[in-house]
Design a protein around this ligand. Sequence first.
Ligand code: GCO
Ligand code: MG
Length: 403
Amino acid sequence: MKISDARVFICSPGRNFVTLKIYADEGVYGLGDATLNGRETAVASCLTEHLIPCLLGRNPFDTEDIWHYFYRGGYWRRGPVTMAAIGAIDMALWDIKGKALGTPVYNLLGGKSRTKMLAYAHANGADVSQTLDAVEQEIALGYKAVRVQCGVPGLAHAYGVASGGIPYEPASRSTRPIEEVWSTEKYLNFIPALFDKIREKFGFDIHLLHDCHNRLTPIEAARLGKSLEPHNLFWLEDPVPAELQEGFQAIRRHTVVPLAAGEVFNTVYDCHKLLAEQLIDYIRMTVSHGGGITPLIKTAAMAAVYHIKTGCHGATDMSPVCLSAALHFGAAINNFGIQEHMRHNELTREVFPHDYSFKDGYLLSGERPGLGVDFDEALAKKHPYQRAYLPVNRLEDGTLFHW
Ligand code: GCO
Ligand code: MG
């Protein structure tokens, strides 16, 4: 079998997606998700200008060698743009393999380690009462795990909070990034009381998660973790920016709150210390930004040595192709932990028809050969790419801060 062609599509059915379609000479094609929120055309150009020309003529079954050819063979290694491009190629090749062999991808990764994957939903509101309602709605939909984010009194915007009843994603289609204003003091004074109210209303049978979105220092994160200990969080996510892996040591010294990190990691070298020193409990890399199924299987194996489970990133900027790949990966590995589930809108679901499904708090990978996702090119064409930006964050005195 040979790769005969590969094409990149950028569409915007409500938000931008970059999709790679690789064609093999026996009429089989595979799909990969190359979306990098706010940097879509950079990945598209990396693929079309640099990687695809070296892919043509290769045997799509050689996923291991092709991955190393692009990772190790490219002198300029790593980085989100390159790794999202390599990740899309790898995903599409596994899709081709599955289709050519007539079996779902999980069968090629070790078969089923479980029948269903625990999923967490998003509940967010501008204030406590809206947030409590949002948690109630997600529980009513069947979720057993809910990530909770809430507006912070005194701040116009808080990370993860929707405005006007729409999901807080996607990035804004403004000419420049929106600027938000942040106060760690206001946030830290507010969050413990929020979780008091949630536990009071919903009890301890529901898993609760919370994302700090990189905004704390290690000692601030330790203080928050300690104050949330009575609430048995499933995890506290991205308490500090993980560029400094050692930054987690101080948090660990002071609190037993489970920690999750890794949605912005692109290779195992972004987290090898976090894993080997047991500084986190869940690794959040996912298939697209983590460079594909091929490296993620190995990262998960390394994590398993240290009792660390997976918790793949699954915001709507992972297209259904990536979510499906994450579910096949999650079905196959032993140390699956949880899967983020931010529901795609109706139009996205039409552009990417798929056979994975949600039932009673769990996601089920489909049974179709390959990844079980298709791409409606004609419909995608009707929704062309529009430049969009993630926000920029400043402190109240104007200092540029992490978003
Ligand atoms: C999450 C993430 C997202 C990111 C988004 C950026 O936990 O799902 O933090 O909300 O901000 O994926 O593109
Ligand atoms: Mg996050």
